[in-house]
Design a protein around this ligand. Structure first.
Ligand code: 5GP
Ligand code: MN
Length: 315
């Protein structure tokens, strides 16, 4: 993978950066932003890592997570360069009302906006973390243990830890280099997959009990009531959408979570050639072929019906 020379050059020239990630940030967004912040600071640059939403508890093993802030603070006066990661529309990062001197978008999502003075959007890249790996290399910065851990975790999250079809020889070679630089695969897998709070697991059990399957489409959901009962938060549902995919006959898994009355966040997952980003786009969302997201409005039963109907059309 080649980093556009103009981007490496622009980053080299700049001193102040705001590194921003999308709302409800996942491990790829967070690991990428933290690794890039650490790498840039190691060569004397100043960075703010901006996320509107606080970092979920289960990502607080990522080295340097304390540097994530929801306040842009004083640096805006220095006219920082915005590095928008793992998304390509400032609205996805809740930054649509802010202005920046310059902006660079680094993302691997197909669907997107026209935003950015410079863009590096590579839908073939398995993870933004892999793109940041190449950017850091192109800047001539060495990977230390903390940078390597963040990048390895980012890549793990977006490849299902090297199980999804986006796992390539190139990605495994990069990951091997990150292990050599100090990333610990066993520890990171444990931190990612074996540290759930009991109440999060109780919520998963409840959600799995809502399973219905129609025309090879699985649908599960989580309501506000279920969150209240288990004392959990919406962010605890990350990965829930993946479970019904374990069933052989399931080609699409739809997972609904109730953000507020009548407002549902929909996570879509699929197998093989079934492209769920097309469904998400129809509702103003986006994502990848096998993992996408969007918002839908209505009652639980109306949203379920509508989502299943739209999904049936692409199977
Ligand atoms: P998840 O279902 O885990 O929230 O998201 C799956 C994928 O779809 C991720 O790559 C995520 O960035 C993308 N995605 C989720 N929600 C949205 C959305 O509302 N808009 C867009 N453009 N992409 C989304
Ligand atoms: Mn990603």
């Amino acid at each position: 993978m080649k980093v556009p020379k103009a981007i490496t050059q622009a980053v080299k020239m700049e001193k102040h950066f705001v590194i921003a990630v999308h709302v409800s940030p996942d491990g790829d967004a967070l690991g990428s932003a933290l690794a890039l912040s650490m790498a840039l600071e190691s060569i004397g640059k100043k960075t703010i890592v901006y996320s509107r939403d606080i970092i979920p508890v289960f990502y607080r093993f990522l080295p340097g997570h304390e540097r994530i802030t929801a306040r842009l603070g004083t640096m805006t006066g220095d006219d920082p360069l915005l590095l928008l990661l793992d998304c390509n529309d400032p609205a996805r990062a809740a930054l649509e009302k802010n202005t920046f001197g310059k902006s660079i978008v680094i993302d691997h999502h197909n669907t997107g906006s026209h935003f950015g003075d410079m863009k590096w959007i590579n839908p073939k890249a398995a993870a933004t973390g892999l793109m940041i790996y190449y950017l850091i290399r192109s800047l001539g910065i060495a990977f230390d243990e903390d940078i390597a851990t963040n990048l390895y975790a980012a890549i793990s999250v977006d490849t299902g830890t090297f199980r999804y079809s986006n796992t390539s020889p190139e990605l495994l070679l990069a990951s091997a280099e990150l292990i050599q630089a100090g990333a610990n695969p066993g520890q990171i897998a444990k931190d990612l997959y074996e540290t759930w709070a009991k109440n999060r697991f109780a919520l998963l059990v409840m959600s799995l009990n809502t399973l219905e399957i129609k025309n090879n489409i699985a649908i599960t959901y989580v309501t506000r009531n279920m969150l209240n009962k288990t004392q959990t938060k919406l962010e605890d549902t990350e990965h829930f959408s993946n479970f019904p995919r374990m069933i052989a006959e399931v080609k699409i898994s739809l997972f609904l979570k109730e953000k507020s009355r009548g407002m549902w966040k929909v996570s879509l997952r699929s197998k093989g050639d079934v492209d769920v980003s097309r469904i998400a786009e129809q509702f103003g969302g986006g994502g990848h072929k096998n993992a996408a997201g969007c918002w839908m409005k209505g009652t639980l039963s109306s949203v379920k019906k509508e989502a299943i109907n739209v999904a049936s059309l692409i199977i």
